[in-house]
Ligand binder design. Structure first.
Ligand code: NAD
Length: 402
């Protein structure tokens, strides 16, 4: 079986799906690896490093796709600038495709993959279950984003993060408030703490209190009294659930107090499959000190701050509001390394004795497979289509030799 790694063509993308270290491990496991020339360069890996790892180099995209049984990608298929066509039209019929597929904006590309009878897996649909942790590319990229968010905040703020005792007197540390203490939030907390800031964090899940505190930050908790008292703010699978209008109002009051006191707000709150909750309002921004900074990691899904503009930095009432997108591409070496390891874990899950084995009763295969046997399996929101959900087990667990 031959694994193919194309050069990423999305504007601003610097990551590569496979790094030489992981290519060598796949080669050692008996797979062939072909990498498109220059594919790893922006992530720090020259073609020669892949050759040393046992991979072959393809001169261009057409050669690469023609050779690959298994395509490993970072970004969703896009119109190709040089290969003359759409990336989704380039794989061999019946090939396997693994990468982020952005189902909400890639309807046409996913239909094209289905039409080519490509079996495609979307890395963003890998279920966040213990067994799939090694494949959880969203967490890998959020790790990068959380770290970078703290650095962006520190760079944009006209103050030191740490407490300093200098000959010119004492400098007070910066105050950082992190909204949402999931993967990105915890990395933002840890990074801001390492830089010496005083950090507070808020999350609707009280279960994260200990993690937040173990990183040296204070945990801000929403205690509901009156309506909603004793109600859990945690929904299915331990994720946050959407709050009622009244709970949202009380949450915002609490957040307002802490936002007002902060030099830097880093927001990372999300509920899977939903638009990002708006936690920081225009009124709160007006109440912040001039020179304060908001780094809104949820920019791409609507923003946790109502003034965020995705991909831009805007200034409102003397506060800079950063809406960075694709922060993973700003740290391409480690982002690619983590992503490549996530991909290898999924390849190992799908390939047994050199053959692709699809078991649609398996939660990981079932959850992440977007197209198979000429059909689309999920809708634009990544929800399984009824036809795929009701597939009889006998039909859905074929051994497919590639
Ligand atoms: P996660 O699910 O691990 O964490 C999200 C946290 O938000 C959870 O702990 C959840 O309980 C909390 N939350 C939900 N609703 C809340 C509310 N109303 N108030 C307070 N907390 C609330 O998600 P993650 O992987 O850490 O990703 C966080 C965000 O970062 C997502 O929006 C994701 O899309 C974004 N992200 C952005 C980039 C980028 O480059 N900008 C890169 C990666 C991830």
């Amino acid at each position: 079986m031959r694994i193919g790694v194309p050069l990423e063509i999305a504007p601003g993308e610097t990551r590569v799906a496979l790094v030489p270290e992981v290519a060598a491990r796949l080669v050692k496991a008996g797979l062939e690896v072909v990498v498109e020339s220059h594919a790893g360069e922006r992530a720090g890996h020259a073609d020669a490093a892949y050759v040393a790892a046992g991979a072959a180099i393809a001169a261009g995209a057409r050669e690469l796709y023609a050779a690959a049984d298994f395509v490993l990608k970072v970004r969703e298929p896009l119109p190709h600038p040089t290969a003359g066509g759409h990336e989704a039209d380039l794989p061999r019929e019946g090939a396997v495709w693994i990468g982020f597929l952005a189902p909400a904006k890639s309807a046409e590309a996913i239909d094209k993959l289905a039409a080519r009878r490509v079996t495609a897996f979307a890395m963003e649909l890998i279920p966040r279950i213990t067994r799939a942790q090694a494949m959880d590319a969203l967490s890998s990229m959020s790790t990068v984003a959380g770290y970078k968010a703290a650095l962006l905040g520190a760079t944009a703020l006209g103050k030191f993060f740490p407490l300093l005792m200098t000959a010119a007197g004492t400098i007070a540390p910066a105050r950082v408030f992190v909204l949402g203490a999931g993967v990105a939030g915890l990395l933002a907390i840890a990074t801001a703490r390492r830089l010496g800031a005083v950090v507070e964090a808020f999350d609707v899940r009280p279960a994260v209190r200990e993690e937040v505190q173990s990183l040296g930050a204070a945990f801000v908790q929403l205690v509901l009294t009156g309506e909603g008292e004793g109600e859990s703010l945690v929904g299915a699978g331990g994720y946050a659930r959407e709050l009622s209008a009244d709970q949202e109002r009380r949450e915002r009051e609490l957040i307002h107090l802490h936002v007002k006191a902060a030099d830097v707000v880093i927001s990372t709150a999300m509920v899977p499959g939903r638009k990002a909750p708006v936690l920081v309002t225009e009124a709160m921004v007006k109440d912040m000190r001039t020179g304060s900074v908001i780094v809104d990691l949820a920019a791409e899904t609507g923003g946790n701050c109502e003034l965020t503009v995705p991909g831009e930095t805007v200034e409102r009432s003397g506060v800079q509001i950063l809406g960075p997108v694709n922060l993973a591409a700003s740290l391409p070496q480690h982002a690619s390394q983590m992503y490549a390891r996530n991909l290898m874990a999924l390849v190992n899950h799908l390939v047994k004795q050199g053959e692709l084995q699809l078991d649609f009763e398996d939660e990981i295969t079932r959850g992440a497979c977007v197209t198979h046997a000429g059909r689309r399996r999920v809708d634009a929101a990544g929800r399984m289509l009824p036809a795929a959900a009701s597939e009889p087990a006998a039909q859905s667990a074929p051994r497919v030799a590639v």
